[in-house]
Design a protein around this ligand. Structure first.
Ligand code: PNS
Length: 165
């Protein structure tokens, strides 16, 4: 059985992420989506909340499960019996950061964990969680960015009341 890991911050999960999970679900036997901590980021939403949003968005994918993990990605992969990480690739900026993480994970796992880059569907190549947070913070329309089932909650969560000037 081929188990693969889709790791990320998912702050919040976007339609681009969901598209990647759907493709992985078709390609592999089991897909584990894991919400993790990126040392370069600060999260205003708990990992549990981010997991819950993803779970509500992947109920149509029977072979996808969602977890949170606070440690090293390669340790999580080992616990799952997985040797393959899947990352979406939007552009050359992603290529640079993801290639660095690929080498780090390969080294940290003693060469046992590999990474596969899947090009992001062109409909979502511009989309990022930070764009969702930014638009939502002003009360803008994020309906083409995040799954319908979590839309209202995500919009409310990231909305920021700002003084007029
Ligand atoms: O969505 P992101 O923030 O680009 O995902 C990056 C993430 C969370 C997958 C990465 O930071 C990570 O793997 N964090 C867990 C800790 C770890 O294993 N770090 C070393 C790998 S570079």
């Amino acid at each position: 059985m081929k188990t693969v890991i889709c790791p990320g911050s998912f702050n919040p999960v976007t339609l681009g992420h969901i598209n990647l999970f759907e493709r992985c679900s078709r390609l592999f036997d089991e897909v584990v989506v894991v919400v993790m901590h990126n040392a370069e980021k600060i999260y205003q939403v708990s990992a549990e909340q981010r997991v819950e949003w993803i779970k509500r968005s992947v109920t149509h994918l029977q072979n996808v499960r969602v977890e949170a993990y606070g440690g090293l990605l390669v340790d999580f992969a080992r616990q799952c019996g997985a040797q393959l990480l899947i990352k979406g690739m939007r552009d050359t900026r992603d290529l640079i950061t993801e290639t660095q993480m690929y080498y780090a994970n390969r080294e940290a796992s003693g060469g046992t964990v590999d990474t596969l880059f899947l090009p992001t569907d062109e409909r979502y190549s511009y989309l990022s969680s930070s764009i969702v947070r930014d638009v939502a913070s002003y009360g803008g329309n994020i309906s083409s960015f995040v799954p319908r089932d979590i839309l209202e909650e995500v919009a409310k969560t990231y909305f920021v009341k700002r003084p007029l000037r």
